[in-house]
Design a protein around this ligand. Structure first.
Ligand SMILES: [Zn+2]
Length: 427
């Protein structure tokens, strides 16, 4: 659902439902608000179950302080009002206590977003505000003072996170992206020091140039793929293999034509019409394909057996992309058969280094590669095959990380690998 077209009450409720559904808040913690152009503030209520919030529960506090609604506003209303006063560019606020960000909050640390260029560009400046008692003017002053120093995301010591945006969608996307990068950093912590991108690779997002494809009526094959891809993208979102702001899917239509996810659109809102038909050099008129579209076109051109391609940054697999830790897929037969060796490549840029990346993959020997500080690149015969491979990659890396406190992992020995290669025809 495109929540930006909803009236404030509905947009707040849908966003809170999404935050709760994906376990980024508890029933009692967290509140959201929108600053109306007339100066009033729409805010979630105090002491109402976040799991069953209704539009009628939302409270409106007018500029003169009078309020409309069935409940008192959130007890954190004072800091929402103070942030809007100090930062006129902020028009919506998300506050919650999601697990990974609370972990950083109670260690009084700020997550390092320079580990992924998209996380760095989505989240903006992240800062830490000193502790104060919830609901007090003192807490409002401390948070707003931190926002006044141009922070976009503020971690609160021993509390949680407050995030601002030009609208609620932007605040939510920053919130989800920061929580996800925090989860990834926590998974990466036992693997060694994280690598950060140098300034030259941050804040620059080269977009490939595309001409215009002629308008043609969609074939039945195109209609089938336009139906299938959004289902897999939504499923990947639900399985936390991707988030609203990161991840690209494509599937081949004909030899040199494919459908690809659009650039900068919320992945959970992807529809059949939202997909972009593209080739190496052109795309549907007036549309913006994912930045990964050029890479996918180059892979399709080199590898006629590839039917679908995914770029994604799931949290466990990405932990290996941020550190020097090698990934061994010799854990269980499923991992080895589906992923093969899954090598790690040095940092390469999705657009500028697309030719080089395309030369490093193949459906047989290298259907999965991890790219340092970028994420996973996964190939498949079709969308299901690629999706399965992405899921197995994330499950494999999760199992390796879960095993660490138990003791050393015993990899499958060479004879067992040789037998798997022979029996399952692994190239
Ligand atoms: Zn709180």
């Amino acid at each position: 659902m495109d929540t930006t077209l909803l009236p404030p009450r509905e947009e707040l409720v849908e966003t809170m439902r999404r935050i709760y559904r994906y376990r980024m808040t508890t029933t009692s913690g967290g509140n959201l608000s929108i600053l109306d152009p007339d100066g009033s503030i729409w805010i979630t209520p105090s002491r109402v179950d976040k799991g069953s919030l209704q539009p009628s529960d939302v409270v409106r506090v007018l500029a003169d302080g009078t309020r409309e609604g069935l409940h008192p506003p959130s007890s954190e209303f004072p800091f929402h009002r103070e942030i809007y006063r100090r930062r006129p560019d902020i028009k919506a606020i998300v506050h919650a206590h999601p697990g990974a960000l609370v972990a950083f909050s109670i260690c009084r640390q700020v997550p390092e977003t320079r580990v992924q260029s998209h996380a760095h560009s989505v989240c903006g400046r992240v800062a830490l505000a000193p502790y104060a008692c919830p609901g007090t003017a003192e807490l409002g002053e401390k948070i707003a003072a931190t926002f006044a120093q141009d922070a976009d995301c503020v971690l609160l010591e021993n509390h949680g996170v407050v995030i601002g945006g030009r609208d609620l969608r932007e605040a939510f996307q920053r919130f989800e992206t920061l929580e996800f990068v925090a989860q990834t950093l926590i998974h990466a912590a036992p693997l060694g020091a994280v690598k950060v991108l140098p300034p030259a690779h941050l804040g620059v997002e080269t977009m490939p140039e595309f001409g215009e494809l002629p308008d043609v009526a969609p074939s039945n094959r195109e209609k089938e793929l336009r139906t299938a891809i959004p289902r897999f993208v939504h499923r990947a979102y639900q399985q936390r293999l991707l988030i609203s702001t990161a991840g690209a899917f494509s599937a081949r239509l004909e030899a040199d034509t494919f459908l690809v996810t659009p650039r900068r659109r919320d992945r959970l809102e992807l529809t059949a019409a939202g997909l972009v038909r593209a080739t190496r050099t052109a795309c549907e008129r007036g549309r913006r394909p994912s930045r990964a579209a050029l890479l996918h076109a180059l892979i399709d051109a080199r590898h006629p057996e590839v039917g679908a391609i995914i770029n994604a940054q799931p949290a466990h697999a990405s932990a290996f992309c941020m550190t020097a830790a090698p990934l061994s897929t010799r854990t269980i037969p499923e991992s080895y058969i589906v992923l093969n060796e899954a090598p790690k490549l040095p940092f390469l840029r999705i657009v500028e280094d697309a030719e080089r990346i395309a030369s490093e993959v193949s459906l047989g020997r290298r259907p999965v590669v991890l790219i340092e500080n970028e994420g996973a690149l996964v190939l498949g015969r079709d969308v299901l095959d690629a999706f399965d491979r992405l899921e197995v990659l994330e499950a494999t890396t999760e199992a390796i990380l879960l095993a660490r406190p138990l003791g050393p992992i015993v990899p499958m020995p060479d004879p067992a690998i040789a037998e798997l290669r022979r029996v399952f025809k692994v190239e």
